[in-house]
Design a protein around this ligand. Sequence first.
Ligand SMILES: CC(C)[C@H](C(=O)O)[C@@H](O)C(=O)O
Ligand code: SF4
Length: 417
Amino acid sequence: MSKTLAEKILSEKTKQDVKPGDIVVSPVDWALVQDTTGPLTVREFLGLGLPKLANPSHTIMFIDHAAPSPQKQLSCDHTFLRKFAKDYGAVLSDVGEGVCHQIMAEKYARPGDVIVGADSHTVTAGGLGAFATGMGSSDVAAAFGLGKTWFRVPETFYIRLTGKLQKYVTAKDVILHLIGSIGADGATYQALEFGGEGLRTLPVSDRLTIANMAVEAGAKVGIFPSDDATLEYLNQQGRKADHRFLFADADAAYERLIEIDLSKLEPTVAKPHTVDNTAIIDEVKGTKVDQVFIGTCTNGRLEDLKLAADILRGKRRNPATRLLVAPASPQIMLAGMRMGYIQDLVEAGALILPPGCAGCLGVHQGVLGDGETCLSTANRNFLGRMGNPEGLIFLSSTPTAAASAITGVITDPREVA
Ligand SMILES: CC(C)[C@H](C(=O)O)[C@@H](O)C(=O)O
Ligand code: SF4
């Protein structure tokens, strides 16, 4: 039977001819936790009474959400995770070593892998052609011990991409446009699969951004084919041997299909307090911004540092607007330094934060004051997301964020660049 990418991966892993709706048990190639969900996962695993991890070298503990720790309880959570990793031989990615989903892309995820993580944005690895999904701590604990988990095979919602993005319109605008079109529940439990001739214009960094936010439309996974762009990325990461080409069958059956002409998209923004509350830039430009935050597993990559540096080079941020920049990994930070992007940003008045989640989920490093507005390149803007329910969060692309840091109001990047 012709298969979509999700069906192809699960059929291969389970050695069955799966179809949507089937309940299958699949081996897990990678299982990960981060520091806010890891302690519960570890306690659940220990409660299973299993003597060891099923696959220690493929079990990864990330300390990235509160990194470095801002307070005692979180520090004790970190010591608890470090001890478990040491005792059970799991891989530890510690403070300053980067955001979990970025490190999964740089070091571990391969096309065709099945990846589960106690973090909803585990879906990001779908940008490399993996079936990657977030799960609760208990399910991940079971995967820790058994090396497998169950899935209901999802129906596939196919997004055919055509055309080419205009300058300063980015992958973030694509996914915000899609979520705004179908709603935060528009792809609930489905596999969002991306294809079409427009795919050729999207490097892996763009695909990671789009896959990262598939969960913001309720999707179980967000999957891209594995093609020459994937090979190029894995080659850059020194992982050419991890590559394999992976495409859906041409006549695969989809539950739903929509087409997006990339050339027609405008810079898009999500307004408070939901990700699907989107608007094109003309509807919100001029909104005062107290803080701009560039970073996260959504838009904290080298391409983001370049986009921001190209717009801010030789300019200064508005004195009334704080500019926070958090590279998503040390590799990105070092490359940004070598390319001069970090210097450009610091000279423009940016505060560079350590590789990690930074202020994304309101634990530290940029909590908003009452009545303040933040323009963020992250993936969520829920009420209180950045630590203060009296703060407002708009989501945008990196070019929109960088342009807005200069003017102090939400700004169309095409007007300042
Ligand atoms: C804290 C964690 C449970 C959460 C997630 O799973 O997505 C966080 O990473 C987020 O981005 O909201
Ligand atoms: S950067 Fe933000 S969205 Fe990504 S894993 Fe960290 S908290 Fe979650």
